[in-house]
Ligand binder design. Sequence first.
Ligand SMILES: Cc1ncc(COP(=O)(O)O)c(C=O)c1O
Length: 395
Amino acid sequence: MDIRPSRRIAALPGYPFAEVDRMVAELKAAGHAPIDFGVGDPTEPTPEVVRRAVQAGVDARARDGYPSYIGAPEFRRAVSAFMARRFGVEVDPGREVCATIGSKEAVFQFPNCLIDPGDVVLCPSPGYPPYNRGTWFAGGVPWHYPLTAANGFLPDLDAIPADVLAKARLIWVNYPNSPAGRVAPDDFWPRLLAFAARHGLVVASDEAYSEVYFTERPPRSILEFGRDGVIVFQSLSKRSNMTCHRVGWVVGDARIIDLFKKLKTNVDSGTATFIQDGAIAALADESHVAGMRDLYRRKRDVLVPALRDIGCDVPDPDATLYLWPRVPEGMDGLAFAKRLLDPSVAVVCSPGPALGEPLADGTNPGALHARFALVPDLEQVEQAAVRLRRAFKGA
Ligand SMILES: Cc1ncc(COP(=O)(O)O)c(C=O)c1O
């Protein structure tokens, strides 16, 4: 029998990070030991306090059935306490918080709550792929705004054409920004909220990297500036090295959270309750988070000078685990990434064009960039700095 994929599945290009995985596998199969800055998946262990809580939860919940769709009350209370402590924002755990199985599924599914066929969703380019993929699967039309050094990696709201705005219902923003590593300045949030209110847009603020910062003052949440028409996506994947656990939450305008809960009841059966036990333990502890920040800062301080030495233009990131250099003159992001995959270098990064979506004019804001996720251990980062300098400068 013929298996005919749906038009949507058939039209999907490969997931960009899957391509990186394949390239790494090829190098490894040829006997090389690549240093892998490709996928943003932390390699440090999940904190012990979290692992113990998960282990205890498995036994304590031996007879538990399906988890709650929206998260256990104690998990939602822990989220509410965290939001108050970290951002000074009071949220009602009953009406304004819902657990997620990590941010990715929530980001991907969320447009189904708001988008009818043909509605436009404003997405950053470069940006996290599920913003536009989720839009597309919901029948919407992604419209990409560029994030470039020239605009401080912030959306130029006034440059969005009126005909696009007339059809737009939702805008995705992501600060601290992946991959650019920028924190949004305080005056950005009121401007964004006023713009969104003027044009009837819901703001979806992906704050997955809010705890991975190097600035003196922690990054703000959009909820410190307003809640009307706002939903925030949060995750413990990066804060607490919990990518394998799959747990996060959405928080914001109760009317939007209600729509999300309605959707979620139809999509999945909730976050495993023993994982929520681990999340509660993670949220109660800040010492492991400080340690995580310190380690990323040390890696950043090794790799940034090496990239500058080989001709990349790369500012010190304010936040996130990513570096987003403009690659050396004379090559584009793909050529640079391929050059680094030469067995004599064996350093893996993500080519910028794979992370940027083409704009309406056909240009790709990621074209001249590459992304380095600071996930190899410090020794490997030091080794990569040596290899890069040797390959490009003969040093
Ligand atoms: C910008 C951004 N948002 C959200 C996520 C999703 O994180 P998770 O699904 O692990 O919670 C990621 C993961 O890399 C990300 O880069």
